[in-house]
Design a protein around this ligand. Structure first.
Ligand SMILES: C[S@@+](CC[C@H](N)C(=O)[O-])C[C@H]1O[C@@H](n2cnc3c(N)ncnc32)[C@H](O)[C@@H]1O
Length: 320
């Protein structure tokens, strides 16, 4: 496989005109997104409680779910993303929130962070898999994110173990539709194609073993589609927990902590999830419990489908 395709494919996929709009409405549409973003938000807020965070770099910041949260709390944020539609949507939302003056919007690829200096940002975050779309440069990109980080690094990448169940459950996203009468085009597609997807499904042990071994989703078929002018889903690299931990430790980061946002929620049937989400108190309790359960080291690989890690930049590293 020609590896230079990852960035080109990601760029075309994320620059589709409706991407910003669709991504900004995910938590109105899908329960797994509510759980995942809630987990990540709690991690961000806990980081801010520790104090000393004045600047942040959000790599693959999308429609601003976390960059705007940080800006609202007075942090100066560099909102960095490969996609113009995502940045345009983030700017609209930042303006609505009245925090434009705290934000700097940069269109760029994580594969090149040479514009930024060592330790430039107190907090560096990259959430919901942007690093996984930089295959085969994912390890170098994590190294660069760690280099520009001054104090705290927060990452969520695609989880290999957490993604594998998709291969034996093509209707998995429909399990998380919040409201069956939704007009969201992707959610509607999931609902309307559930039967067809189920009937057409056959378990492919070879594909499951390949993903388990290589961590790679996508390849020649996506490249061919791209060459035909299409916009296939990104070639995505899924990390194993020990692998991500090893990369962060080899970079000299300390106090590495990991979790699997969504591990608990994926075990709960759709009807029950919908019922819990409809009751504000139960929803709050459920999200509180998900946050606790999903930080248990025994489940962290089964996040849906992200693997989260936080790490500290040591004082010694900052001085060198
Ligand atoms: C699933 S969205 C996550 C957005 C946001 N971080 C969040 O958690 O809500 C992934 C984002 O990564 C961006 N992205 C993908 N590949 C990238 C790359 N190579 N460099 C920078 N951004 C990239 C996409 O444009 C998209 O906005």
């Amino acid at each position: 496989m020609d590896k230079s395709y990852s960035q080109k494919i990601s760029e075309r996929q994320w620059n589709l005109p409706d991407k910003g709009e669709m991504e900004s409405r995910r938590e109105e549409t899908f329960i797994d997104d509510i759980v995942q973003k809630d987990h990540l938000e709690r991690q961000v807020l806990e980081t801010l409680e520790g104090g000393g965070i004045r600047t942040a770099f959000d790599g693959g910041a999308g429609s601003g779910r976390f960059s705007i949260l940080l800006a609202k709390r007075g942090v100066k944020v560099t909102h960095f993303d490969i996609s113009a539609p995502m940045i345009a949507r983030a700017k609209e939302l930042a303006e609505e929130a009245g925090v434009l003056e705290n934000m700097d919007f940069v269109q760029g690829a994580l594969e090149d962070l040479s514009a930024y200096s060592d330790g430039q940002f107190d907090l560096v975050l990259s959430f919901d898999a942007p690093v996984s779309y930089t295959y085969p440069n994912q390890e170098k990109v994590i190294g660069e994110l760690a280099r520009i980080c001054g104090k705290k690094l927060l990452l969520s990448v695609s989880s290999r173990l957490g993604t594998l169940p998709y291969l034996s459950n093509p209707i998995q996203k429909s399990q998380f539709v919040l409201d069956d009468s939704t007009a969201d085009p992707f959610a509607r597609w999931c609902i309307d194609h559930k039967r067809e997807m189920t009937e057409g499904f056959h378990f492919d042990i070879g594909a499951a073993r390949r993903l388990m071994r290589d961590g790679l989703m996508g390849g020649e078929a996506e490249i061919a589609e791209y060459e035909r002018g299409g916009a296939p889903w990104c070639i995505t690299y899924g990390f194993m927990p020990g692998e991500l931990m090893g990369i962060l430790e080899r970079l000299g980061l300390r106090d590495v902590k990991m979790s699997g946002p969504g591990a608990f929620a994926r075990t709960v049937p759709h009807e029950i999830l919908q019922k819990i989400m409809a009751d504000p108190k139960e929803k709050r309790d459920f999200l509180d419990f998900c946050y606790e359960y999903d930080q248990n080291p025994y489940v962290l690989g089964m996040g849906k489908d992200n693997l989260f890690a936080s790490a500290e930049k040591s004082l010694k590293q900052k001085e060198t």
